[in-house]
Design a binder for this molecule. Structure first.
Ligand code: ZN
Length: 341
């Protein structure tokens, strides 16, 4: 027991560890990466009896343990009663953490291929073939594995929980820092403003042409009514001008993105890329497959004990280019070097 010792059917609350347990349940319930929470809580003192950080499976057992919500549960004896001790976490916090946990576990125990979100994106380090997902029945439970798809290799066979936990760790290392996102945002806004200026100039030109075409149409009609041109010529010119006016009107209508929409998109981007692990944990497994595929179209490589990217991910490249290449970075207003008058 890591945060409460059971003594004669009662729980002794450890004053140091119990706030850490409460925070752990809250953060897992918010969908934060289990690996991240486990490591940070270990650094703060949530450790096992040996003083070492809890293992991933021990951490899972802690989240699953009904004692923390004040219940004593023994499904095999059909027992589910309130303990004679105060619950450490609320029923709601416990449920939230376990709903998220169940969703993660479900995807690795299912029989459906869609529940192996890393399949197809992660490759075997020995032969380069993609991994596939498989489930096998153990003595008590189903166990799911990612295995090398190549029948003549089969070098990799890794428990899905293990590989998915390695992936969470990788995501934590790939998350983009706030300063880089600040630069990215400034560069996006600046590029957008430049495009707005160009679009405004073009629109002005189009409106001028539109006005001219409309005036010509009036003159043409006058001349026809004054019988200065015949009907055939009038029809021909009328059609030509009408077509021109239709096209110019379409071109003149502003179709660009509102600044607010752009800012919202950038904000979403921030939320996703500063904490990729949480984003991943909040997704359903089908969305997770798409998330992995779109973040790593070039694939990932595993030997069963580690997981790595094959090249710098596109989003790291996109967001750090502005930092490395000063010529391509549009300097945000207010940061230009000030020349003395
Ligand atoms: Zn292989």
């Amino acid at each position: 027991m890591c945060a409460g010792e059971r003594v004669n059917s009662s729980m002794q609350i450890d004053p140091i560890k119990s706030p850490l347990v409460v925070t752990t349940f809250e953060r897992v319930g918010n969908g934060e990466s289990k690996q991240l929470v486990r490591n940070e809580m270990a650094a703060l003192g949530l450790v096992g009896s040996t003083g070492r950080p809890l293992s991933p499976s021990r951490f899972d057992e802690m989240i699953l343990n009904p004692l923390y919500r004040g219940r004593i549960v023994r499904p095999d004896w059909d027992i589910d009663v309130a303990g004679d001790f105060a619950p450490m976490v609320s029923e709601e916090a416990w449920n939230r953490a376990n709903v998220i946990r169940k969703r993660r576990t479900k995807k690795s125990q299912g029989h459906d291929n869609t529940e192996f979100p890393l399949r197809k994106t992660v490759c075997c380090s020995s032969c380069g073939y993609r991994l596939t997902g498989s489930t096998s029945k153990g003595r008590k439970d189903y166990y799911s594995y990612y295995t090398c798809w190549n029948p003549s290799c089969k070098a990799v066979s890794v428990r899905s929980e293990t590989l998915e936990s390695l992936y969470e760790g990788l995501l934590a290392s790939l998350s983009v820092s706030q300063p880089i996102l600040d630069l990215f945002e400034a560069s996006m806004l600046s590029a957008w403003k430049e495009r707005q200026r160009t679009a405004a100039r073009m629109r002005e030109e189009i409106l001028k042409k539109l006005l001219t075409a409309e005036q010509r149409l009036v003159v043409l009609t006058d001349r026809y009514l004054d019988q200065k041109i015949d009907e055939a010529l009038f029809n021909e010119q009328h059609l030509r001008l009408k077509n021109e006016i239709t096209i110019l009107r379409e071109l003149s209508s502003p179709a660009s993105m509102e600044e607010q929409t752009l800012l919202e998109a950038i904000q979403q981007c921030r939320e996703i890329f500063t904490d990729l692990g949480s984003t991943w944990n909040r997704l359903e497994s089908q969305q997770q497959s798409r998330f992995v595929a779109s973040l790593h179209p070039e694939g990932l490589i595993t030997d069963g004990t580690s997981l790595r990217t094959t090249e710098t991910p596109w989003f790291t490249r996109v967001m750090t280019t502005s930092e490395e290449d000063e010529h391509r970075l549009a300097v945000p207003t207010g940061f230009e070097p000030v020349s003395s008058p």
